[in-house]
Write a protein that binds this ligand. Structure first.
Ligand SMILES: [Zn+2]
Length: 379
């Protein structure tokens, strides 16, 4: 067993990391790395595996205390930064730099994994840059981002780049069967519709409610036959994304507030909270709201990607092939839709979906963006 077992279809990256770990005791160790790859390719899993291998005495066995604690954030020399908000601000980077300023406790490397380096503000990135460039430091920086363009040039020019690829459907299906005990049919379906996104495939395979939501979403393009159906479809999509975000947030938000109240002494002596308590709670609530907004956007983005596979399949049929459809379950409906429309309108629709995703990424109002898109798709 090894921490690299989880990296599906990334053999080239694993080899580079293993070599770096083997040479990590020498002077030539690279201090800053950037992992890029499409969503679900496992860029943060790769970075975390690298971190584990650097602090494990057995090059990342996956079973020792160092390996386990590094992965769950309990290792004193490994820091995993996951962002809930929309950006990583300079204050957060300064706090991080203060925490990692000490020499590594175990005498090896201190490792920082930053999962969303693309969310660094410019000033935060500049603060980070100074730390990366500092001579003689014992910290290894593992930054993750969708593409190299998402990382500021000043940072990326100091990093060694590792590019992850989308694993094949069959590789994903194999992992779902072998590791998660999912039936072959379900594994094939989940891998196919998730297009190499292993996390989504696993989630889909294990969760009937999620599969039902997907079925609802995939039927929306077939309902679009005019303006009123377009507005209805937009509302359905936004409602589904909001519902999902709320469900995920409800329990977690309350737990966080309870924990924070407790930290400020609420309930312990029957008296109120210590000074600063209510201010801290207000700040937490603000963060939770930001996180919720982001989760709705992420949910909509995933739904749009699913809808794009419908038009992608339509295009396949229009160009004469049906053997590699993503939505095999809808083959009949897709074929009849393809006969009623023209290839160039299909391409326009796919482009419109991608443009809407970009707009959502730039904080455009969700409902308005989706409504405008659905009107285009309904044409
Ligand atoms: Zn280990």
């Amino acid at each position: 067993m090894s921490v690299f077992d989880n990296l599906v279809g990334q053999e080239h990256v694993v080899e580079i990391i293993k070599n770096a770990v083997a040479e990590s005791t020498s002077q030539s160790m690279t201090h800053a790395w950037v992992f890029t790859g499409p969503p679900g390719s496992g860029r943060s899993s790769a970075a975390v595996a690298f971190a584990q291998a650097l602090v494990c005495t057995n090059n990342g066995c996956g079973t020792c205390n160092a390996c386990k604690s590094a992965a769950n954030g309990a290792h004193p020399d490994v820091e995993i930064i996951r962002t809930e908000g929309l950006s990583i601000k300079i204050d957060e980077v300064r706090e991080l730099l203060a925490r990692v300023a000490w020499a590594p406790s175990m005498g090896g490397w201190r490792v920082v994994v930053m999962e969303d380096a693309d969310r660094l503000t410019e000033s935060a990135a500049n603060a980070l840059l100074k730390a990366i460039e500092e001579p003689g430091n014992r910290t290894v920086w593992l930054l993750c981002a969708p593409t190299l363009h998402d990382v500021l040039p000043t940072i990326r020019s100091r990093c060694r780049h590792l590019q992850l690829v989308t694993p094949s459907n069959s590789a994903v299906a194999q992992v779902l069967q072998n590791r998660d005990g999912i039936s072959p049919q379900m594994a094939d379906f989940a891998a196919r519709v998730s297009q190499g996104h292993i996390g989504r495939a696993r989630y889909l395979a294990n969760n009937e409610a999620v599969r039902n939501t997907r079925t609802t979403i995939m039927k929306l393009p077939l309902t679009l036959n005019g303006i009123s159906s377009a507005f209805a479809a937009a509302q359905t999509l936004v409602d589904l994304a909001t519902e999902q975000a709320n469900e995920a947030a409800e329990e977690r938000n309350q737990t966080e507030i309870d924990d924070l109240s407790l930290a400020y002494g609420k309930g312990a002596t029957g008296r109120g909270m210590a000074t600063g308590g209510s201010k801290a709670i207000k700040e937490l609530e603000k963060e939770q709201k930001t996180r919720n907004t982001r989760m709705v956007r992420d949910g909509l983005d995933a739904a749009l990607l699913d809808i794009a596979t419908f038009y992608r399949d339509v295009m396949m049929v229009q160009s004469g092939t049906t053997d590699s459809l993503i939505n095999k379950e809808l083959e009949e409906q897709i074929t009849s839709y393809a006969q009623k429309t023209k290839p160039h309108t299909t391409i326009n629709k796919i482009n419109a979906i991608m443009a809407a995703r970009t707009n959502l990424g730039h904080n455009a109002a969700p409902l308005l963006t989706i409504e405008a898109l659905m009107c285009v798709l309904a044409r």
